[in-house]
Design a protein around this ligand. Structure first.
Ligand SMILES: [Zn+2]
Length: 426
């Protein structure tokens, strides 16, 4: 008797709730019951009497043809129970499209998951890793991936790309063995987002971005920030010649730190070989970190180190000296500083630093554009986006294939629109 009463309550209340939050014209919820395993709830869905099926080809009502076998559409789980909507899809005999399956509002027809459940999972997948999302809702990683893919695809189709003033292009390593992605960001003041993910960091991958936005939009871009990667420079010259091209400060600082680290490692090795005391041991962070970020112990180490006439010390001083470059306001003064710095560095007899100086000389004009743009595009913007992208990728999205990373990156950085539901489930 009790079980029977529970069943009635389940049916009544659940249908009321469903009608409240997931109501679709032309369809009614009929029965709700526990599945045979008692771990799921099944809800029957029927067409409302007298309402015609809609053709999935042309989205217009069409006369019915026949019924397909019952399908289970997975809905948002409730109190630890999986919830399925059970429905026999109709086929219609459409005048224009022939015999095709009907279109139903809760599903795109391709997925077993309902639209509401996909959006629900995709939203959680932004807060948790995909694995954690799957575990939290007793579903599989693949279904979470499907959900994200569907929401991202919708978002890419419905996003607006009008009026992009400034873009930044960035490369990011995503696997061992030099596998890179090309990321293009919109970096307008006050509005930043990821616009494009390209495989590799070739001419073609970056050109793909310009194919997507088209010539009209490309011709309106006023500023482009990039690093010194040759293929990017090339594409920017071809596709965006009207824009002011700025070399990004963040990438130059990173390059300089890399050179300094090379000098330090080589010198440390050599000192050990020659039997000198290990002066440079544990000095890595002392020389790579900005001075103000050092711990007090590292400050002591650095002060100690600076007493020696080591290559590492001289390279460190050159690097620190270069920070001044970014402080200038006038391009003329900045240019004078740059030339003098390069001249000094070329005489330092420290090869990795000389290499940097040569690169900076080659790209002198682009470096000075930073001052022409009046520093509107600080390194902070691209650096921040780059960090977010790295965090997104680190959150272990299972298989690190290009497609998975692409989806994850668009999902977390693309600011894509989402399909609208009549009820906020999340
Ligand atoms: Zn049709």
């Amino acid at each position: 008797m009790q079980a029977f009463a529970l069943k009635i309550v389940l049916t009544m209340e659940l249908l009321t709730i469903l009608n409240q939050c997931h109501h679709h014209r032309g369809f009614v919820y009929q029965h709700a019951r526990f599945g045979a395993d008692k771990k799921s709830i099944e809800v029957d869905v029927r067409p409302r009497q007298g309402s015609a099926a809609v053709c999935s080809g042309c989205h217009r009502p069409a006369p019915g043809y026949d019924h397909l076998p019952e399908r289970r559409f997975e809905f948002i789980p409730l109190w630890g129970f999986l919830v399925f909507l059970l429905y026999r899809m109709r086929r219609v005999d459409c005048r224009d499209c022939g015999v095709v399956v009907e279109q139903v509002p809760w599903s795109d027809g391709k997925h077993q998951l309902t639209r509401a459940y996909m959006l629900f999972l995709a939203r959680w997948a932004r807060k948790l890793s995909w694995k954690e999302t799957a575990e939290s809702f007793h579903t599989s990683w693949d279904k979470v991936c499907d959900a994200v893919e569907s929401v991202v695809t919708w978002g890419l189709e419905h996003r607006t790309l009008a009026s992009i003033r400034a873009i930044g292009v960035d490369e990011i390593q995503y696997a061992k063995g030099h596998k890179y992605l090309t990321l293009v960001y919109q970096i307008d003041p006050g509005f930043t987002r990821l616009l494009w993910v390209g495989k590799e960091r070739t001419l073609e991958s970056f050109q793909g971005f310009f194919t997507v936005i088209g010539e009209q939009l490309a011709s309106q871009i006023e500023f482009v920030c990039s690093d010194m990667w040759q293929p990017y420079l090339e594409v920017i010259r071809q596709k965006c010649s009207q824009a002011l091209h700025i070399l990004d400060r963040f990438h130059i600082v990173a390059k300089m730190n890399k050179a300094l680290d090379e000098v330090r490692a080589a010198e440390s090795r050599k000192m050990a070989q020659d039997g000198h005391p290990p002066l440079l041991k544990k000095s890595r962070w002392c020389v790579l970190k900005r001075k103000q970020n050092l711990t007090s112990q590292q400050k002591f180490r650095l002060r100690d180190l600076l007493r020696y006439n080591l290559q590492t010390v001289r390279a460190y001083l050159l690097k620190e000296d270069f920070q001044q470059f970014w402080e200038y306001h006038s391009p003329t003064w900045a240019a004078m500083f740059l030339d003098f710095w390069c001249y000094q560095t070329m005489r330092s007899r420290i090869d990795p630093m000389k290499k940097i100086a040569r690169t900076l000389r080659t790209h002198r004009a682009l470096l000075l554009n930073y001052f022409k743009a009046r520093k509107q595009f600080s390194s902070g913007v691209i650096e921040g986006l780059n960090n977010k992208a790295k965090v997104t990728m680190r959150r272990s999205y299972g298989f690190r294939t290009f497609r998975i990373l692409e989806l994850a990156l668009y999902r977390s950085l693309g600011k894509l629109p989402e399909p609208e539901l009549t009820h906020e489930f999340f």
